[in-house]
Design a protein around this ligand. Sequence first.
Ligand code: NI
Length: 177
Amino acid sequence: MSIKEVLRMGDAHLLRRAEEVLSFDTLELHALLADMRDTMRALDGVGLSAPQIGVNQRVVIFGVQHNPRYPDAEPVPQTVLLNPVIVPLGNDTADDWEGCLSVPGMRGLVPRFKTIRYRGCDEKGALIDRTVSGFHARVVQHECDHLDGILYPMRMRDLRQFGFSDVLFPDGKVPEE
Ligand code: NI
C-alpha cells in the first residue's frame, strides 16, 4: 500500500463529522487500513484517523509499544477501531501534553477524561469493548475527536500551554497522534 499525505490543521476536511462504516471486511476497508498503518509508521505516530488522510469515515488506528522517547507511557495494544463510542467513567480529568500529525511540530496541554469505556468494532465487525485509563484513554479520546472534526487545540483551556515541541521539550519528544 502506500504512505499518504496527512492533512494539516487549516484544511476544512479535518473539521467534518465522519460517516459511519457500514461494510466490514471489504477490500476497500483493508486497503484503507494498510495505507493508514503505513502512514502512521512512517511518521512514527501512535494513532491516526481516516479523516487525516482525507477519507471521511469513522475509522481510527492506534497503538504503541514501549517508546523510549516516552518512557512513562504504558503500552497500548495495536487496535483498529470503527464506529467508536466513548463513555467517560466519572468526571475526573487530567492534563497532559499531546501532539498530532495534523499539527506537526507543536505540542499542547490537553485535559482528557482519566477513565473511559469505549466500544466499536474491528475491521471484521467483531465487537471491541474496553475500559481503560491514562495514556490509553487519552489516545482513544484524541483519535475519536478527529471523527467529529475536533483537533486537540480546540480542547485546550490555556493557549499559553501551546507551543513548538523543540522549544517546550528541548531534551525529548512527546509522540504525535
Ligand atoms: Ni491527531
